[in-house]
Write a protein that binds this ligand. Structure first.
Ligand code: WQD
Length: 343
């Protein structure tokens, strides 16, 4: 039995990782508070995987509750930790909430793991830890810059916490995945991104504009020193990102007897896409004309970033297979499905 605890398993990346874990023969178990996700996603996940998914409504900041899940499930192989607040803008307004939740949940989960003898850990980090890279593509040894937001700072601090726990000699083997920009949805259109309120991120704003929920998309700046003046990102399909977690777990399983470790991997496509190129890709696959306008820059935006994914390719035997067009097509199908059959 290869039981894997997925904290934040009802969320955007967590739910897609549940699907990929199941497909790879693991038995995923969801731990979620549903504070930033919808419990009805669990039923949709069960439709996709064709069986029940054990689910615990637990706050990861509650160490005893997390340890209770690990004890109850007995032979847990490892933990994939997604549960965290992740909105850049909200973190600026509520920094203490972000530090309490993101650092507290990590600490409680790690304590519960060590107290239960669970040794394998995959952590959800972000390319935001690099800030504006000096050189591109970004490698895992690119400098960690001063974070642009409390959200980004919590990701940097969480990585430091894991490193310190490993350095203490604790019996922990960890992989830290630094995501670039997750986009898209499961092709079944049963699960996808569910932003609360007005989307901060580009792709859900595009799809909500396309179905008329938003009047128009504002492009935040077209006077940047890039090919077309708009910011460049590495947009990775959420299914490819989810698969990277499965490969990370396999990498850890192969090192069960090895010394404690926290290995960092960039997870992206290795390609940069500008905002205008993303819009063009959406219009192409949707067959619609997007209503957008040029606006002023958004404070805190990095100009250009995309990943060097050599390390993940070589050590995880993983690479992204899906394109920005695939992601836009899946994201649009998901948005249309939400309109037709709300959760
Ligand atoms: C992408 C580009 C915007 C909205 C953040 C976090 C990262 C991860 C993903 C959690 C930028 C432009 C956006 C809009 C626009 N978070 N844009 N109009 O900021 O690169 O990354 O979200 O996992 O850690 O840092 O993503 O989608 O917000 O922006 O022009 O209405 O789209 O300026 O250039 P970002 P994003």
């Amino acid at each position: 039995m290869k039981k894997v605890i997925v904290t934040g398993g009802a969320g955007f990346i967590g739910s897609h990782t549940i699907v990929q874990l199941h497909a790879a023969g693991y038995s995923p178990i969801v731990v979620d508070t549903f504070v930033n996700s919808d419990r009805r996603i669990i039923g949709r996940l069960e439709r996709i995987v064709g069986q029940k998914i054990p689910t615990y409504e637990v706050d990861c900041c509650d160490r005893d509750a997390v340890e209770g899940v690990l004890q109850r499930e007995a032979d847990v192989l490892g933990v994939i930790h997604f549960a965290a607040h992740k909105a850049v803008g909200a973190s600026v307004k509520n920094p203490l909430d972000y530090f309490r939740n993101n650092l507290g949940s990590l600490g409680s989960v790690l304590e519960a793991m060590l107290g239960s003898g669970v040794k394998l850990f995959v952590f959800s980090s972000s390319c935001t830890v690099y800030g504006q890279p000096d050189t591109l593509p970004v490698t895992e040894t690119s400098p960690i810059k001063a974070a642009e937001s409390p959200y980004g700072r919590t990701k940097q601090m969480c990585e430091d916490i894991i490193n310190d726990v490993v350095a203490s000699g604790a019996d922990l083997r960890a992989v830290t995945l630094r995501y670039f920009n997750p986009v898209g949805a499961h092709p079944s259109a049963l699960i996808g991104e569910l932003p609360l309120g007005t989307p901060e991120n580009l792709v859900p704003y595009i799809t909500q504009t396309a179905v008329g929920l938003r009047e128009r998309l504002t492009v935040f700046g077209n006077d940047y020193p890039t090919s077309d003046g708009t910011c460049v990102r590495d947009y990775i399909h959420v299914l490819d990102l989810a698969s990277a977690h499965v490969r990370a777990l396999a990498w850890l399983q192969a090192r069960t007897g090895a010394p404690p470790v926290n290995e960092v991997f960039n997870v992206g496509t290795g390609r940069g896409t500008s905002v205008l190129e993303a819009i063009t890709a959406f219009e192409k696959v949707s067959g619609t004309k997007l209503n957008y306008t040029m606006g002023s820059r958004r404070p805190g935006d990095v100009i250009e970033t995309y990943a060097d994914v050599t390390k993940a390719q070589e050590q995880l035997q993983w690479r992204a297979k899906l394109s920005i067009e695939d992601a836009m097509a899946d994201a649009y199908r998901w948005q249309l499905a939400l309109e037709a059959n709300p959760l």
